[in-house]
Design a protein around this ligand. Structure first.
Ligand SMILES: C[S@@+](CC[C@H](N)C(=O)[O-])C[C@H]1O[C@@H](n2cnc3c(N)ncnc32)[C@H](O)[C@@H]1O
Length: 249
Protein backbone atom coordinates (compact mmCIF):
# COMPACT_ATOMS: atom_id res chain seq x y z
CA UNK A 1 0.00 0.00 0.00
CA UNK A 2 1.29 3.51 -0.88
CA UNK A 3 2.21 5.57 2.14
CA UNK A 4 -0.42 8.34 2.54
CA UNK A 5 2.19 11.03 3.04
CA UNK A 6 3.88 10.47 -0.31
CA UNK A 7 0.47 10.21 -2.05
CA UNK A 8 -0.52 13.49 -0.38
CA UNK A 9 2.62 15.31 -1.50
CA UNK A 10 2.33 13.94 -5.03
CA UNK A 11 -1.37 14.94 -5.38
CA UNK A 12 -1.69 18.09 -3.26
CA UNK A 13 -0.89 20.57 -6.08
CA UNK A 14 -3.66 19.35 -8.37
CA UNK A 15 -6.34 18.44 -5.83
CA UNK A 16 -8.80 20.19 -3.52
CA UNK A 17 -8.20 20.08 0.24
CA UNK A 18 -11.13 18.66 2.23
CA UNK A 19 -10.60 20.00 5.69
CA UNK A 20 -12.47 18.13 8.42
CA UNK A 21 -14.92 15.24 8.67
CA UNK A 22 -17.96 17.11 7.32
CA UNK A 23 -16.19 18.25 4.16
CA UNK A 24 -15.03 14.69 3.49
CA UNK A 25 -18.48 13.25 4.27
CA UNK A 26 -20.25 15.61 1.84
CA UNK A 27 -17.65 15.18 -0.88
CA UNK A 28 -17.89 11.38 -0.73
CA UNK A 29 -21.68 11.51 -0.55
CA UNK A 30 -21.86 13.64 -3.70
CA UNK A 31 -19.50 11.46 -5.70
CA UNK A 32 -16.09 13.16 -5.37
CA UNK A 33 -13.05 11.11 -6.25
CA UNK A 34 -10.93 11.06 -3.07
CA UNK A 35 -7.48 9.56 -3.64
CA UNK A 36 -6.18 10.08 -0.08
CA UNK A 37 -7.78 10.70 3.34
CA UNK A 38 -6.06 10.81 6.72
CA UNK A 39 -7.02 11.17 10.36
CA UNK A 40 -5.20 11.08 13.67
CA UNK A 41 -7.92 8.81 15.14
CA UNK A 42 -9.64 6.38 12.78
CA UNK A 43 -11.86 4.98 15.53
CA UNK A 44 -13.21 8.43 16.45
CA UNK A 45 -13.76 9.31 12.78
CA UNK A 46 -15.72 6.11 12.20
CA UNK A 47 -17.83 6.70 15.33
CA UNK A 48 -18.69 10.12 13.85
CA UNK A 49 -19.53 8.42 10.55
CA UNK A 50 -21.83 5.92 12.27
CA UNK A 51 -23.62 8.76 14.06
CA UNK A 52 -23.77 11.36 11.31
CA UNK A 53 -23.24 9.64 8.00
CA UNK A 54 -24.05 5.92 8.09
CA UNK A 55 -24.65 6.05 4.30
CA UNK A 56 -20.94 6.68 3.66
CA UNK A 57 -19.47 4.93 6.72
CA UNK A 58 -18.08 1.97 4.77
CA UNK A 59 -16.54 4.19 2.10
CA UNK A 60 -14.89 6.32 4.80
CA UNK A 61 -13.65 3.15 6.49
CA UNK A 62 -11.99 2.11 3.24
CA UNK A 63 -10.54 5.59 2.60
CA UNK A 64 -9.19 6.77 5.95
CA UNK A 65 -5.61 6.06 6.99
CA UNK A 66 -4.47 6.85 10.52
CA UNK A 67 -1.40 9.09 10.71
CA UNK A 68 0.49 10.55 13.69
CA UNK A 69 -0.71 13.96 14.94
CA UNK A 70 2.54 15.53 13.75
CA UNK A 71 2.05 14.23 10.21
CA UNK A 72 -1.55 15.51 10.13
CA UNK A 73 -0.45 18.93 11.33
CA UNK A 74 2.18 19.11 8.61
CA UNK A 75 -0.54 18.66 5.94
CA UNK A 76 -3.03 21.36 6.99
CA UNK A 77 -2.49 25.02 7.78
CA UNK A 78 -5.12 25.07 10.52
CA UNK A 79 -5.91 21.76 12.29
CA UNK A 80 -9.64 20.93 12.26
CA UNK A 81 -11.36 19.77 15.49
CA UNK A 82 -12.22 16.43 13.82
CA UNK A 83 -8.55 15.89 12.77
CA UNK A 84 -9.63 14.59 9.36
CA UNK A 85 -8.20 15.81 6.06
CA UNK A 86 -8.40 14.52 2.51
CA UNK A 87 -7.64 15.45 -1.07
CA UNK A 88 -10.31 15.32 -3.78
CA UNK A 89 -10.05 15.58 -7.55
CA UNK A 90 -11.55 18.85 -8.78
CA UNK A 91 -14.46 18.36 -11.22
CA UNK A 92 -13.64 18.93 -14.88
CA UNK A 93 -14.18 22.56 -15.95
CA UNK A 94 -15.61 21.67 -19.37
CA UNK A 95 -18.17 19.34 -17.75
CA UNK A 96 -19.07 22.13 -15.33
CA UNK A 97 -19.49 24.69 -18.12
CA UNK A 98 -21.81 22.31 -19.97
CA UNK A 99 -23.88 21.77 -16.79
CA UNK A 100 -24.32 25.54 -16.38
CA UNK A 101 -25.78 26.01 -19.84
CA UNK A 102 -29.44 25.99 -20.94
CA UNK A 103 -31.68 24.10 -20.60
CA UNK A 104 -31.53 24.27 -16.79
CA UNK A 105 -34.04 23.18 -14.18
CA UNK A 106 -32.64 25.38 -11.39
CA UNK A 107 -31.00 28.82 -11.19
CA UNK A 108 -27.32 29.66 -11.36
CA UNK A 109 -26.10 31.99 -8.61
CA UNK A 110 -23.55 34.60 -9.72
CA UNK A 111 -21.39 36.38 -7.16
CA UNK A 112 -20.00 39.45 -8.88
CA UNK A 113 -16.48 40.06 -7.56
CA UNK A 114 -17.02 38.67 -4.05
CA UNK A 115 -14.30 39.49 -1.52
CA UNK A 116 -15.03 37.30 1.47
CA UNK A 117 -14.03 33.63 1.33
CA UNK A 118 -16.44 32.68 4.15
CA UNK A 119 -19.41 34.31 2.38
CA UNK A 120 -18.57 32.48 -0.82
CA UNK A 121 -18.40 29.14 1.01
CA UNK A 122 -21.74 29.83 2.68
CA UNK A 123 -23.26 30.54 -0.75
CA UNK A 124 -21.96 27.23 -2.16
CA UNK A 125 -23.61 25.50 0.80
CA UNK A 126 -26.89 27.31 0.11
CA UNK A 127 -26.77 26.50 -3.60
CA UNK A 128 -26.18 22.83 -2.77
CA UNK A 129 -29.01 22.81 -0.23
CA UNK A 130 -31.55 24.40 -2.55
CA UNK A 131 -30.47 22.31 -5.54
CA UNK A 132 -29.30 25.33 -7.57
CA UNK A 133 -27.45 24.46 -10.77
CA UNK A 134 -24.28 26.14 -9.60
CA UNK A 135 -22.34 29.11 -8.26
CA UNK A 136 -20.28 31.27 -10.59
CA UNK A 137 -17.93 33.95 -9.33
CA UNK A 138 -16.47 36.82 -11.34
CA UNK A 139 -13.30 38.66 -10.29
CA UNK A 140 -10.15 37.47 -8.59
CA UNK A 141 -11.39 35.35 -5.67
CA UNK A 142 -10.84 31.61 -6.25
CA UNK A 143 -14.13 29.83 -5.40
CA UNK A 144 -12.11 26.63 -4.83
CA UNK A 145 -9.80 28.26 -2.26
CA UNK A 146 -9.44 25.92 0.77
CA UNK A 147 -11.18 28.46 3.01
CA UNK A 148 -14.16 28.57 0.62
CA UNK A 149 -14.29 24.77 0.49
CA UNK A 150 -14.18 24.71 4.29
CA UNK A 151 -17.01 27.30 4.47
CA UNK A 152 -18.97 25.23 1.94
CA UNK A 153 -18.57 22.09 4.10
CA UNK A 154 -17.39 20.10 1.07
CA UNK A 155 -20.60 20.83 -0.85
CA UNK A 156 -18.65 22.07 -3.89
CA UNK A 157 -19.22 18.51 -5.12
CA UNK A 158 -23.01 18.83 -4.83
CA UNK A 159 -23.34 21.75 -7.25
CA UNK A 160 -21.24 23.35 -10.01
CA UNK A 161 -18.64 25.90 -8.89
CA UNK A 162 -16.65 27.91 -11.44
CA UNK A 163 -15.04 31.31 -11.96
CA UNK A 164 -15.96 33.14 -15.20
CA UNK A 165 -15.86 36.64 -16.63
CA UNK A 166 -19.11 38.62 -16.99
CA UNK A 167 -18.95 38.01 -20.77
CA UNK A 168 -18.77 34.26 -20.18
CA UNK A 169 -21.78 34.03 -17.82
CA UNK A 170 -24.27 31.29 -18.68
CA UNK A 171 -27.22 32.33 -20.83
CA UNK A 172 -30.70 32.78 -19.36
CA UNK A 173 -32.76 35.62 -17.87
CA UNK A 174 -30.47 37.65 -15.60
CA UNK A 175 -32.03 38.86 -12.34
CA UNK A 176 -29.62 41.05 -10.36
CA UNK A 177 -30.27 41.75 -6.67
CA UNK A 178 -29.94 45.33 -5.49
CA UNK A 179 -31.75 47.39 -2.84
CA UNK A 180 -32.81 49.83 -5.59
CA UNK A 181 -34.67 47.17 -7.58
CA UNK A 182 -38.31 46.14 -7.84
CA UNK A 183 -39.72 44.22 -4.84
CA UNK A 184 -38.86 40.53 -5.36
CA UNK A 185 -42.11 39.48 -3.67
CA UNK A 186 -44.09 40.42 -6.77
CA UNK A 187 -41.85 38.41 -9.12
CA UNK A 188 -41.80 34.67 -9.85
CA UNK A 189 -38.22 33.57 -10.51
CA UNK A 190 -37.99 31.11 -13.41
CA UNK A 191 -36.06 27.86 -12.95
CA UNK A 192 -33.49 28.88 -15.57
CA UNK A 193 -32.78 32.26 -13.93
CA UNK A 194 -29.29 33.61 -13.48
CA UNK A 195 -29.38 35.28 -10.03
CA UNK A 196 -26.60 37.83 -9.59
CA UNK A 197 -25.38 39.47 -6.38
CA UNK A 198 -22.90 42.30 -5.91
CA UNK A 199 -19.70 42.40 -3.91
CA UNK A 200 -19.71 43.01 -0.17
CA UNK A 201 -17.98 46.35 -0.58
CA UNK A 202 -19.30 47.95 -3.74
CA UNK A 203 -22.39 46.05 -4.87
CA UNK A 204 -23.03 45.14 -8.51
CA UNK A 205 -20.36 46.13 -11.04
CA UNK A 206 -21.29 48.42 -13.95
CA UNK A 207 -20.46 45.56 -16.32
CA UNK A 208 -22.91 43.20 -14.67
CA UNK A 209 -25.61 45.85 -14.38
CA UNK A 210 -25.36 46.49 -18.11
CA UNK A 211 -26.28 42.83 -18.78
CA UNK A 212 -29.14 42.71 -16.27
CA UNK A 213 -32.70 41.98 -17.44
CA UNK A 214 -34.43 42.63 -14.06
CA UNK A 215 -33.20 44.44 -10.94
CA UNK A 216 -34.83 43.01 -7.80
CA UNK A 217 -34.86 44.18 -4.17
CA UNK A 218 -35.30 42.11 -1.02
CA UNK A 219 -37.73 43.63 1.48
CA UNK A 220 -35.78 45.87 3.84
CA UNK A 221 -36.93 48.64 6.10
CA UNK A 222 -35.81 52.25 5.40
CA UNK A 223 -32.47 53.38 6.90
CA UNK A 224 -30.96 49.87 6.66
CA UNK A 225 -28.39 50.03 3.84
CA UNK A 226 -28.11 46.40 2.81
CA UNK A 227 -28.01 42.77 3.91
CA UNK A 228 -25.00 40.51 4.06
CA UNK A 229 -24.22 38.84 0.72
CA UNK A 230 -24.80 35.22 1.77
CA UNK A 231 -28.05 36.03 3.57
CA UNK A 232 -29.25 37.84 0.42
CA UNK A 233 -28.56 34.72 -1.62
CA UNK A 234 -30.44 32.65 0.97
CA UNK A 235 -33.52 34.87 0.71
CA UNK A 236 -33.51 34.88 -3.10
CA UNK A 237 -33.10 31.09 -3.32
CA UNK A 238 -35.82 30.63 -0.74
CA UNK A 239 -38.08 32.92 -2.80
CA UNK A 240 -37.37 30.80 -5.89
CA UNK A 241 -38.08 27.56 -4.03
CA UNK A 242 -41.26 28.95 -2.43
CA UNK A 243 -42.48 29.69 -5.96
CA UNK A 244 -42.35 25.96 -6.70
CA UNK A 245 -38.69 25.48 -7.63
CA UNK A 246 -37.46 22.04 -6.65
CA UNK A 247 -34.90 21.86 -3.85
CA UNK A 248 -34.42 18.11 -4.20
CA UNK A 249 -33.52 16.16 -7.34
C1 LIG B 1 -23.42 43.74 1.33
S1 LIG B 1 -24.34 43.99 -0.09
C2 LIG B 1 -23.44 45.26 -0.93
C3 LIG B 1 -23.51 46.57 -0.28
C4 LIG B 1 -22.80 47.62 -1.07
N1 LIG B 1 -22.23 48.58 -0.18
C5 LIG B 1 -23.68 48.29 -2.11
O1 LIG B 1 -23.38 49.43 -2.39
O2 LIG B 1 -24.58 47.70 -2.71
C6 LIG B 1 -23.96 42.64 -1.11
C7 LIG B 1 -25.02 42.28 -2.13
O3 LIG B 1 -26.12 41.68 -1.46
C8 LIG B 1 -27.32 41.96 -2.19
N2 LIG B 1 -28.23 42.71 -1.32
C9 LIG B 1 -28.02 43.15 -0.06
N3 LIG B 1 -29.13 43.74 0.42
C10 LIG B 1 -30.06 43.68 -0.56
C11 LIG B 1 -31.41 44.10 -0.68
N4 LIG B 1 -32.06 44.72 0.30
N5 LIG B 1 -32.04 43.88 -1.84
C12 LIG B 1 -31.45 43.23 -2.86
N6 LIG B 1 -30.17 42.81 -2.81
C13 LIG B 1 -29.49 43.01 -1.68
C14 LIG B 1 -26.92 42.77 -3.39
O4 LIG B 1 -26.73 41.92 -4.50
C15 LIG B 1 -25.63 43.40 -2.93
O5 LIG B 1 -24.83 43.82 -4.01
Amino acid sequence: MTDPLSSWHRLAGGCVLLDGFHALKHAVRFGAEVPVAVTTDRRAALVLAEELAPDVRDRLDALLTEVPEETYRSLVSRPHPTAVAALAVRPDRQDNLRALELPRSAPVVVLDQPRNLGNTGAVVRLAAGFGATGVVTTGTLDPWHPTVVRGGAGLHFATVVERLTVEELPRGPLFALDPEGEDIRGVKLPDDAVLAFGSERSGLSAQLRSRTDHLLALPMRPKVSSYNLATSVAMALYHWSAGGGASVP
